[in-house]
Design a protein around this ligand. Structure first.
Ligand code: NBP
Length: 467
């Protein structure tokens, strides 16, 4: 029997759709899943003769041409190690094992080393776009040896999303680079979603807008510089009527957010590296805060404070100010994510091409947005750009929008509306551009209680004072 070109292990939402996508692009695919029901299900759904099901690991591996190209789409964590262990006895030198799940990049670095010792090529491949992306074209972030990447590039390019006919797939860097970039993508996604939710929160609570009105506003925003997948789906969400009761579905959904961990990892890694990503981290914290609904209900009853009722004179003007505040905050959130990637590139010697990364984020993935073209342009102008907010375009926008941004943040705080994303973003902007922060006092405090020493502005050296 002729051998198959690619194998996919793990046929839950992502693996199933990725296998169909690969088959649709003409590649002969073998699939395998631990529980056979999912394999049966996929075979029933598939219309491709060159997509074949296998029901044990040996049959799966034997069905593939050499060097074998195997994409794992199993749950991140131990299942990835388990699957590798199950594959190993049947693999040959030079075979390529790819992990397309959301693995933690340090696990990917470890697996890369372990498999290299066994002469198996291991690639950590970030795949973004959820179910729809996996089926119709995701953004793909491959990390590992460049030579191995070249062997799988034709497959990855053909199944990826395309923007202006260019594949949303590019080699990211060695070992864990692909999974690192996918992790930061998700961190940025957390912040982007949080900022959109805060805009909604202000519009809903201060202007008392209804879902159809919100639908219209977000649809209009999607026509301009905020144009993005997340704004588009937000507009759609506001239009959705409840099919179980009267009204709109968004109003019936419990305000408790879930999370799977990639946002948390991004924040944890940023703390380890000492890079400030407050807007991304606030987005993680806000999901945590939302999760303690019981405590929040108690607090709501216990804390009876008077909140001023603020009347907005010019609604249209205020809506435009919120749009500007959202765009400015979004720029800061992306600047934070890209700063983290810049630092990681140095720390792990990945030589990340931030312009190329912003290019592949333009299609397939959840944060796809017109605005990524501006990030691409910024890095094309200066590949060593220290921080996105120093680029001419972003600098100009932040300068132009800062008045509205400040107004929205202060009115929302006055009105008792929690906006951790907006306020952390503007504090990041102000902190980053401020010549003298109050850390002179902090250094004095540290020296006072812990003899931690300090430096002076007027002389060289390290000083300690007996306070
Ligand atoms: P899940 O993350 O829900 O994982 C389910 C798959 O893992 C099933 O095929 C399951 O097999 C398999 N599996 C488990 Br659990 N333990 C295993 C083990 N010990 N050995 C072998 N297989 C095992 O699937 P998903 O939502 O399709 O996501 C797959 C990967 O892609 C994850 O890393 C995820 O984080 C990532 N991702 C997901 C999305 C998304 O939108 N869902 C987007 C981007 C990336 P079984 O059927 O036998 O239980």
């Amino acid at each position: 029997m002729e051998k198959q070109q690619v194998g996919v292990i793990g046929l839950a939402v992502m693996g199933k759709n990725l296998a169909l996508n690969i088959a649709e692009h003409g590649f002969a695919v073998s699939v395998y899943n631990r529980s056979p029901e999912k394999t049966d299900e996929l075979l029933k759904e598939s219309e491709f003769e060159h997509l074949i099901g296998t029901f044990n690991i040996q049959e799966f591996v034997d069905s593939l041409e050499m060097p074998r190209k195997i994409i794992m789409m199993v749950k991140a964590g131990n299942p990835v190690d388990d699957t590798i262990q199950q594959l190993l006895p049947f693999l040959s030198e030079g075979d390529i094992v790819m992990d397309g799940g959301n693995s933690f990049f340090k696990d990917t670095i470890r697996r890369n080393i372990e498999l290299k010792q066994k002469k198996i090529h291991f690639m950590g491949i970030g795949i973004s776009g959820g179910e729809e992306g996996a089926r119709n074209g995701p953004a793909i972030m491959p990390g590992g040896d460049f030579e191995t990447y070249k062997l799988i590039e034709p497959i990855l390019n053909s199944i990826s999303a395309k923007v202006d006919d260019e594949p949303c797939c590019t080699y990211i860097g060695d070992n864990g680079a692909g999974h690192f970039v996918k992790m930061v993508h998700n961190g940025i996604e957390y912040a982007d979603m949080q900022l959109i939710c805060e805009s909604y929160f202000i519009l809903k609570n201060m202007l008392h807008l209804t879902p159809p009105q919100l639908h219209k506003i977000f649809a209009e925003w999607n026509e301009g510089e905020l144009n993005s997948y997340l704004i588009e789906i937000t507009s759609d969400i506001f239009a959705k009527k409840d099919d179980k009761a009267d009204g709109y579905l968004v109003d019936k959904i419990l305000d408790v957010a879930g999370q799977k961990g990639t946002g948390k990892w991004t924040s944890q890694v940023s703390l380890d590296m000492g890079i400030a990503i407050p807007t991304i981290t606030e987005a993680v914290f806000e999901r945590c805060l939302s999760a303690v609904k019981g405590e929040r209900v108690l607090a709501n009853h216990a804390i009876a404070i008077e909140i001023p009722d603020i009347h907005i004179e010019n609604e249209a003007e205020f809506i435009e100010s919120i749009r500007r505040a959202l765009y400015a905050s979004k720029i800061c959130a992306y600047a934070q994510g890209f700063s983290l990637m810049r630092e990681a590139s140095k720390e792990y010697d990945w030589a990340l091409q931030l312009g190329e990364i912003s290019k592949i984020f333009r299609g397939g993935c959840i944060i796809r947005a017109q605005f990524l073209n501006k990030i691409k342009d910024a890095y094309q102008k200066d590949s060593n750009l220290t921080n996105l907010i120093l680029d001419d375009y972003f600098k100009e926008i932040l300068g132009k929008y800062q008045k509205d941004w400040r107004k929205v943040v202060s009115i929302a705080i006055e009105a008792g509306i929690a906006i951790p994303g907006f306020s952390s973003a503007i504090s990041y902007f102000d902190g980053y551009r401020t010549l003298e922060l109050p850390m002179n006092l902090l250094q004095a405090q540290r020296d006072y209680f812990g003899a931690h020493t300090y430096q002076r502005t007027d002389m060289e050296g390290t000083f300690h004072t007996n306070w």
